[in-house]
Write a protein that binds this ligand. Structure first.
Ligand code: XBP
Ligand code: MG
Length: 278
């Protein structure tokens, strides 16, 4: 791992500083990607279904409907979400033993069902994700994952939805309980930036939710929002661009807020222009 990080440091340092590319556009120092809702629509048909399977397997009569899950998503983190649900909707539930251990086991079981679902091909990447990752890799721009989801979920998603070796495309996977406070706290972004010594305002974050946007902005990272199924209608003020997805040449995005300067998809050129405006 140490050698791996060192190698990426060398690659990144061979490239020009973030401030100078042709036409005044700025070269992003790194691209920081959220996972759930941003790389793929994982929540309604992925995590939610897996939570329900885990509940049934544990003999619980809990069932998270699509609309209830929309409310529960306000709480980031699967364990935190279960804890909130019990407090709010099952206040009389008696935990068999230590509540934290019970929630942790339930959550692990959920993650196993989630990984099975990914392996079965039930989830695919959102438009433009593979293209933009490829462009950034070709340009030697570091890629980082910055997420509240568990590391094993990220690994499964990268392996099954992107490429069996995709874990190696990323300089850092900052995930889950590595920081005590999850998004909307900025901690996970600060952790990732500090790990690579990155200047926050020269990077770009990609988020799908208001919680994610708040985390990135509080850490000082300019943020592009690709709204997802559950996050439409949230408050995205502070984003440098809000689109329905990253877009492909044959599948242009729709701009929901901000100025894309006539672009049809989020590419390095557009990101450079967005940074130059900041
Ligand atoms: C989304 C989350 C996660 C997932 C479930 O995080 O809040 O909790 O819903 O994953 P992000 P876990 O968009 O930042 O990736 O059960 O592993 O928490
Ligand atoms: Mg998200």
């Amino acid at each position: 791992m140490r050698r791996f990080l060192y190698f990426h440091h060398m690659v990144a340092s061979q490239h020009p500083s973030p401030t100078n590319t042709a036409g005044g556009a700025r070269r992003p120092a790194a691209l920081l990607f959220d996972v759930d809702g941003t790389l793929a629509e994982t929540e309604r048909d992925g995590h939610r279904v897996a939570f329900n399977r885990a509940f049934r397997a544990a003999g619980l009569d809990w069932e998270w409907s699509e609309s209830l899950y929309g409310e529960l998503l306000r709480v980031t983190g699967g364990k935190e979400r279960i804890r909130y649900y019990v407090r709010r909707y099952r206040p009389d539930f008696t935990f068999p033993g230590d509540p934290e251990a019970f929630i942790a086991a339930l959550h692990e079981s959920k993650n196993r069902y989630f990984a099975e679902r990914l392996a079965g091909g039930g989830i695919s990447l959102r438009p433009g994700v593979r293209r933009l990752l490829g462009e950034a890799r070709a340009a030697g721009i570091p890629l980082l994952i910055v997420t509240t989801t568990s590391p094993e979920n990220v690994a499964a998603l990268l392996e099954h939805c992107l490429d069996p070796g995709a874990r190696g495309w990323f300089d850092l996977i900052a995930a889950g309980d590595v920081v005590p406070a999850k998004k909307p706290a900025p901690d996970i972004y600060r952790y990732a930036l500090a790990h690579r010594g990155l200047p926050a305002n020269e990077c770009i974050a990609f988020e799908d939710s208001a919680n994610g946007l708040r985390a990135a902005r509080a850490a000082g990272v300019p943020t592009v929002v690709t709204v997802s199924r559950y996050s439409r209608g949230e408050d995205f003020s502070g984003a440098c661009l809000v689109v329905d997805h990253l877009g492909e040449p044959g599948q242009p995005f729709t701009v929901l807020a901000g100025d894309a300067g006539g672009a049809c998809c989020v590419d390095l050129d557009l990101l450079g222009r967005l940074l130059a405006r900041i």
